[in-house]
Design a binder for this molecule. Structure first.
Ligand code: LMR
Length: 397
């Protein structure tokens, strides 16, 4: 008897699968705009100098490899919570805290299982479209998954339709909102829009889960935290998932956190006891290295300054690539059609290219992007803008 005989193959991950296809392509002029990874002008994903220096310090000072406990590295959690909520946020005295997780994805899974276990019968509402892994993580946790409109077929942000839909969400359900640098579209809400969303959240008594994976890649470290801090100030309860993958360049170290804001110090401890229990069953204790690196950087004024400068340089580079691509499309009469690329925020751009055009770009020009038309603008190099514009023009005109 074969135990595995009935097992069928499932399709590969739509984003990570592109990495393999790209590696297998022998065209020297290939372009990787798939997975959300920052690349420098040489096409490399650098380790920030601040990270290297922190790692050198850790190599000397680290004295043990013993477990770091259910909520992870305490210094990392404290400093990351300050980065997210603001250094002097009074919530941090006793009503808010972070639990370290393996990356932002781990934080989402922890949040999903927490909702499934502790808030039974609550549905979760995701933007349409959203990061595909949101769909599978919450489904895997057994939650009822619904959608609210976000970007329509015309590739425009639909704030009014979004608000109308959120107004219909059953009271008490959870709503996942991308705090900045919306993945996959790159279209972000304005501060005014956020205030309107907040009013609906209050009226419907929804529990927001803010996914905050790109702090520092949109308008800047503090500016990107606008929605998170607004919601934390105005609501008694909130969940926030934070990732250090992109802003610290720690992708493979799996470094992130789930932050909880609760109504009281006592309730926060109740929630955290549940998170520790769930985490113990998922990954036991989180990996130490990335968190120790982040803690060393955020706890040292000099390293923190260096890291902030490096992050700002990455952010500005992506902004200039966005502008550069629109300019490079000008000779083909496509600058207006793709003007939104310069307005979007963060790593990703919903280009508006159709799945067939994306496939053509890949087959004919070795340009790799997600089938939805999402391009990782942070994967581009300035000297390749003309090449990309030419390929886009060929599939569009
Ligand atoms: C992406 O959307 O490309 C990134 O968030 C990386 C990932 O894990 O999918």
């Amino acid at each position: 008897m074969s135990h595995f005989a009935t097992i069928v193959r499932v399709p590969g991950d739509p984003i990570l699968g592109l990495m393999d296809a790209y590696r297998a392509d022998s065209n020297p002029a290939k372009l990787d705009l798939g997975v959300g990874v920052y690349k420098d002008a040489q096409g490399l994903t650098p380790i920030p100098r601040a990270v290297k220096l922190a790692e050198q310090g850790l190599l000397q000072s680290e004295t043990t490899k013993s477990y770091i406990g259910g909520h992870g590295d305490a210094l990392f959690c404290a400093r990351l919570a300050q980065l997210v909520l603001g250094v002097d946020n009074p919530l941090l005295q006793e009503r808010a805290a972070a639990s370290q997780t393996p990356g932002g994805t781990g934080a989402l899974r922890l949040a999903a299982d927490f909702i499934g276990r502790c808030l039974p019968n609550r549905g979760i509402w995701l933007s349409d479209p959203t990061w595909p892994i949101h769909e599978s993580i919450f489904a895997a946790a057994g939650l009822r998954v619904g959608h609210y409109p976000y970007v329509g077929a015309d590739n425009q942000l639909q704030v009014e339709t979004m608000l109308e839909a959120l107004n219909q969400v059953p009271k008490g359900d959870v709503v996942l909102l991308h705090a900045c640098c919306h993945n996959p579209t790159g279209f972000d809400l304005t501060p005014r829009d956020w205030k309107r969303v907040l009013e609906v959240v209050k009226a419907r008594e929804l529990l927001p889960l803010l996914d905050f994976a790109y702090q520092g890649f949109g308008d800047g470290l503090e500016q990107d935290a606008f929605a998170v801090r607004l919601f934390a100030a105005e609501l008694p309860e909130l969940l926030i998932t934070s990732s250090c993958s992109k802003n610290f360049g720690l992708y493979r170290e799996r470094t992130g956190a789930l932050l909880v804001c609760a109504e009281s110090a006592d309730k926060l401890q109740d929630v955290r006891s549940q998170l520790a229990f769930i985490a113990r069953n998922l990954w036991s204790t989180p990996p130490a290295h990335g968190a120790a690196v982040v803690a060393s950087i955020l706890d040292n004024a000099e390293l923190k300054r260096l890291w902030m400068d490096e992050l700002e340089a990455m952010r500005q580079r992506v902004v200039s690539l966005r502008l550069g691509l629109v300019q490079a499309l000008q000779p083909y009469g496509l600058a207006e059609r793709f003007a939104h690329i310069a307005q979007q925020r963060g790593m990703f751009s919903y280009t508006g290219l159709s799945p067939a055009q994306v496939q053509q770009l890949r087959d004919k020009y070795s340009v790799y992007m997600v089938g939805s038309g999402r391009a990782n603008m942070a994967g581009l190099a300035a000297q390749r803008l003309d090449q990309l514009a030419r390929a886009i023009a060929r599939v569009c005109i």
